[in-house]
Design a protein around this ligand. Structure first.
Ligand code: DAH
Length: 336
């Protein structure tokens, strides 16, 4: 056999080797125990004695060239990643590993923004008050007497920061902002006040020691219960859709007279409907107006307060209020 032909053929074949299987066939064909190199080396017996030496040297060179080519391709193939067979459907999507994915507003804040948009179209501006309040603004000026159960220490977060001064508290309702606003603004006043409130409730699927309320207040001359009902009705239909119905039930709050609670009716796709309580409302009690120096003979007003978590949960079908505050981005990103 011609050794030059052998080495050329081996090199040409090697360029076609792409897989471990092909490489193994190559090895068997050229370097194997019965391979072409073995045959070439057996051939030495038939070589005339004076040519044996040069044939042997040429054969060694050919053997070395082919072995080296084999080793080189072998290490190339080993360093390649193994081909993936099939798809692992449990692999998380790449996007969840992306550290640069932009954040988004929290669902509660998104909802507050929606509510602000909506009420500003009805002429309401946004008012603010401190979360660390005094009892005058949280209770007293709102006509909640000292012996009222809502003021019980077990139902509020009181803070005795300075022994000689009246205690402060984490506000238990955004109604305190009604007082803050009326102290500093003459009617007409038309505000909403979204914000955090605090109550030492045991945390469960529907309770949290901190939640959000939206307070509304409208004080002017000749404000009546019709204005209140119209406002709530417009809000409910704009926010939940035109088909939603509203209902008022007589109730009691110290700061309104008369008082009501308002519900909205949701109809499920199956046709069944149910009433869901949204908040409290009423005509501002004359005592509240007097407490801030506004003459109740001249002015009247209405107020309302609703729980923001409640409408968020209803709107998005969230069953557990804790989901909103555990800051699990997998949950929060659904609302990005
Ligand atoms: N502050 C009340 C609460 O936390 C809700 C409320 C009821 C607010 C009636 C109002 C109102 O402004 O008129 O339960």
């Amino acid at each position: 056999m011609d050794l030059t032909e052998l080495v050329n053929a081996a090199q040409a074949e090697m360029t076609a080797v792409q897989t471990a299987e092909q490489l193994e066939s190559f090895r068997i064909k050229y370097l194997g125990a019965k391979g072409l190199l073995k045959q070439a080396s057996d051939h030495i017996k038939q070589i005339p004695a004076d040519q044996k030496r040069s044939y042997g040297q040429a054969l060694n060179a050919v053997k070395q060239t082919i072995t080296e080519a084999f080793e080189r391709r072998k290490s190339e193939l080993e360093s390649q990643p193994t081909a993936v067979k099939g798809v692992d459907v449990t692999e998380p999507g790449r996007i969840s590993h992306d550290p640069y994915r932009p954040g988004c507003l929290h669902l509660i804040q998104q909802t507050i923004d929606d509510l602000i948009d909506l009420f500003s179209q009805m002429g309401y501006s946004v008012a603010d008050g401190p979360e660390l309040e005094d009892e005058f603004h949280n209770f007293e000026a709102l006509n909640v007497p000292l012996d009222h159960p809502a003021r019980h220490p077990l139902d509020n977060f009181y803070l005795d920061l300075k022994p000689d001064e009246p205690p402060l508290m984490l506000r238990s309702q955004t109604s305190s902002v009604q007082i803050r606003v009326l102290e500093s603004h003459k009617p007409p006043v038309r505000i909403i006040a979204p914000g955090r409130v605090y109550r030492p409730d045991t945390v469960d699927a529907t309770h949290s020691f901190m939640f959000h309320q939206l307070e509304g207040l409208y004080v002017d001359k000749n404000v009546t219960m019709v204005d209140l009902k119209t406002c709530i009705d417009l809000f409910a239909r704009a926010f939940f859709g035109d088909s939603v119905r509203t209902r008022f039930r007589p109730s009691f709050f110290p700061f309104t007279e008369p008082s009501a609670e308002f519900d909205i009716q949701f109809t499920s796709t199956g046709g069944s409907s149910r009433w869901v309580e949204l908040g409290g409302c009423g005509m501002v009690d004359p005592n509240v107006l007097s407490a801030v120096g506004i003459d109740p003979q001249i002015y009247s007003g209405f107020a309302f307060g609703l729980g923001i978590e409640r409408i968020v949960m209803r709107r998005h079908g969230i069953a557990d209020i804790r989901d909103l505050f555990q800051n699990d981005v997998r949950f929060l990103r659904q609302f990005a």
